[in-house]
Design a protein around this ligand. Structure first.
Ligand code: FDA
Length: 308
């Protein structure tokens, strides 16, 4: 992992900097590059604008690592409101959440109970709950919880998980999840992990991403291939073409504000594309992970700031 990437990931966990940034008007202005706004209404406006360009969305109410059951319940309440609003708005939208935002640090039962209520709600509104993947201290517990929720017959197809190609364990995890026919979002992985757990070299992460994509595409389950990397996208298209896999049987997924040109060109080519739309006050850790992925974004933001 590069020094810059590691530094930004380290800064993403700095509580004092976080407090300062989230309160400052400069910070809030900078965040708008990757965050759709601070309120549910802002996220819905963004979702409608994206829908007009043929893009589906998954809505993420930002927040992670809550420390009380009350905070966890409040976080879940936002998602209940979202699920209520998505349905009548007839948006091609679902929701993405983090287990640590739902109380995972207080115990898997706390998070499990809360997320189970959200999945029930998604079943009633014919929507879908994607459980994002966080650092490796949560990998096993996240997979266990999603499998447990998906095992309830009504929930099938209404809850899915994320797998990170940088983890050495991911091929085994995918095999287990596919035996339950669970929908997976494949991404490279955004946290700082030790080399015994995660491939340190980008070329190995990329090779694993392509190999895992092939497994997912052949599985007959609807999955999300989440990347902005043109090489990964080309490999996905090429594999689908040579294996005669219907492009409607999977979707590409990208982050709000990242490679908007690529998002639009994929739609034009006829691929399904879903945009991950984060919103809310607690944008700092998410924002810093985006800078970590591409430190050139720091220059980009600075240039735009001084231009205004
Ligand atoms: P990579 O980082 O290798 O970059 C390849 C190219 O993509 C770059 O050269 C650049 O052109 C472009 N690019 C990438 N990031 C950019 C940025 N921030 N700004 C501008 N250009 C950029 N991670 C995780 O650990 N758990 C999760 O649950 C999720 N969920 C998730 C959902 C969705 C929809 C996406 C797209 C990504 C995630 N991620 C995630 C993040 C993921 O793990 C990863 O960190 C980023 O997607 C960056 O990796 P890429 O595959 O884009 O390629």
């Amino acid at each position: 992992m590069s020094l810059l990437r590691s530094t930004f990931i380290g800064l993403s966990r700095n509580a004092r900097l976080r407090h300062f940034a989230e309160q400052s008007s400069l910070g809030r202005r900078m965040s708008s590059r990757f965050v759709a706004g601070f309120r549910i209404e802002d996220a819905l406006v963004a979702a409608n604008q994206l829908a007009a360009q043929g893009l589906a969305v998954t809505l993420d109410s930002l927040g992670e690592n809550v420390t009380t059951p009350e905070q966890a319940r409040q976080s879940a309440q936002v998602y209940h409101w979202l699920l209520d609003k998505i349905d009548p708005a007839q948006l091609n939208a679902n929701v993405s959440l983090k287990l640590t935002q739902m109380g995972m640090d207080l115990g898997p039962d706390v998070a499990g109970g809360i997320v189970s209520g959200l999945v029930d709600h998604a079943v009633q509104t014919n929507s879908f709950v994607r459980v994002d993947m966080e650092g490796t201290e949560y990998t096993q517990a996240t997979i266990d919880l999603v499998r447990q929720l998906h095992a309830k017959p009504d929930n099938r197809g209404h809850v899915g998980v994320v797998i990170q190609a940088y983890l050495r364990r991911s091929a085994d995890d995918i095999a287990r999840l596919l035996s339950d026919r669970i929908r997976i979002r494949l991404c490279k992985g955004a946290y700082r992990e030790p080399p015994d757990l995660a491939f340190p070299e980008k070329k190995d992460v990329d090779a694993n991403f392509v190999a895992l994509t092939k497994t997912l595409l052949k599985s007959g389950v609807f999955h999300g291939i989440a990347t902005h990397d043109p090489a990964m996208i080309d490999a996905t298209k090429e594999f689908a073409r040579t294996e005669h896999i219907d492009p409607a049987s999977f979707e590409f997924q990208m982050l709000y504000g990242v490679r908007r040109d690529l998002q639009r060109s994929l739609v034009k080519e006829g691929y399904k594309v879903r945009i991950y739309v984060p919103f809310g006050d607690e944008w700092y850790p998410y924002f810093m992970r985006r800078l970590a992925e591409r430190p050139a974004n720091v220059l980009f933001l600075a240039r735009n700031f001084f231009r205004k």
